[in-house]
Design a protein around this ligand. Structure first.
Ligand code: PMT
Length: 326
């Protein structure tokens, strides 16, 4: 039977593409370690509290995935994302009482460390005499904030950080998180801010060793990455509240593309942003509304995420009361 899903692709074809992606991906190196940490984190935060419910848990994805071109990788294709959105959002979710699984690209912005300089070790510290190292006064406040707030979030069990680099690592980890969080029902939220590769080279088609430039121009076929958002909604965590992002450089097509993504992937909300002003304004697209959310320029240090996360938390509360209304 040719069952079509919202993606306009026969369901059987999508299932086969997803299966093939996971079967051909190189297995995660530290799968057991990740699985143990995840189970413990979700279990701890699902314990019922005074309000008769467990803590709300959000998976925040952040940074761009890479697509390796060689198995012993020297070259790769990258997706742009500094990780600032994901890091700032994580801080706001924790402030709002959520526990956060921060699935992030190695080397991108980290929660509570956004105001540190690029090379904190050499810029924030100085050696006073042979055996003493101290924080430079100019950076003392930022270092204190980073250490105390970060340690508190981890120690209280409200922050679990899981790093990825490649599209293979990212999607395998997202699947593990989705399945693990499904037991939280509607208390689970996915906030998918990562910039995810649309095309990849299947592992079995990939050159093992460094591709030689002496062989002339490179002719390489990239395969489409299956749209996992619909799989997340349908199979991994069907009751979770799901927010995806839409990034464009052409403002004229942005909202239309966000609308299509909302319907196609059955998201609860899509956050539309334009590359050049993504830190100033985003538009939250739902089935019935388009809500503009802006940074308050009159407030020093204000971020668009402060306002965005407040709105999403309100909508998640409404969803918990009435899951069918959205
Ligand atoms: O990190 P910053 O520098 O602060 O910038 C933030 C941001 C611009 C990266 C962020 O706000 C953003 O827009 N992230 C999504 C960028 C993106 O890749 O958009 P997309 O149209 O390619 O993908 C749409 C959604 O589908 C995303 O939620 C993505 O996580 C998801 N996706 C995409 C492809 C794929 N194969 N699987 C997916 O899950």
């Amino acid at each position: 039977m040719d069952v079509k899903n919202g993606l306009g692709v026969p369901q059987e074809t999508l299932d086969a593409e997803v299966k093939s992606f996971f079967e051909s991906a190189p297995p995660l190196q530290n799968r057991d370690d990740i699985s143990g940490k995840l189970e413990e984190f979700v279990e701890r935060n699902s314990a019922v509290s005074g309000n008769g419910r467990g803590r709300r848990v959000v998976c925040v994805t952040s940074g761009g995935t890479t697509v390796p071109l060689e198995q012993r990788c020297v070259r790769y294709i990258d997706n742009f994302s500094s990780g600032h959105r994901g890091a700032a959002s994580t801080e706001n979710f924790i402030k709002a009482g959520y526990a956060v699984i921060f699935l992030y690209r190695r080397g991108t912005y980290q929660p509570y460390c956004r105001s540190l300089p690029e090379d904190p070790l050499v810029e924030c510290f100085e050696i006073t005499d042979e055996s003493n190292i101290q924080v430079r006064q100019s950076h003392a406040e930022a270092v204190k904030k980073a250490i105390t707030e970060h340690h508190a979030a981890v120690a209280e069990g409200h922050l679990l950080k899981l790093p990825f680099t490649t599209i293979f690592e990212y999607l395998q980890m997202l699947q593990m998180i989705g399945v693990s969080m499904s037991r939280l029902g509607a208390n689970a939220m996915f906030y998918l801010a990562a910039a995810v590769s649309d095309f990849y080279v299947p592992w079995k088609n990939m050159a093992e060793h460094k591709i030689q430039s002496a062989s002339g121009p490179l002719d390489m076929r990239l395969v489409q990455v299956p749209k996992m958002l619909s799989v997340l909604r349908k199979d991994w965590a069907p009751l979770a509240f799901c927010i995806s992002f839409k990034l464009e450089t052409d403002a004229k097509i942005l909202l239309e593309k966000a609308d299509v993504a909302l319907k196609k992937n059955k998201m609860h909300m899509v956050v539309a942003n334009e590359l050049s002003n993504r830190n100033e304004e985003v538009v939250v697209v739902t089935a019935n509304e388009k809500i503009s959310v802006r940074r308050d320029k009159t407030q020093v240090g204000d971020d668009v995420e402060n306002h965005l996360i407040r709105l999403l938390v309100e909508r998640h509360s409404a969803y918990l009361e009435n899951p069918d209304d959205l």
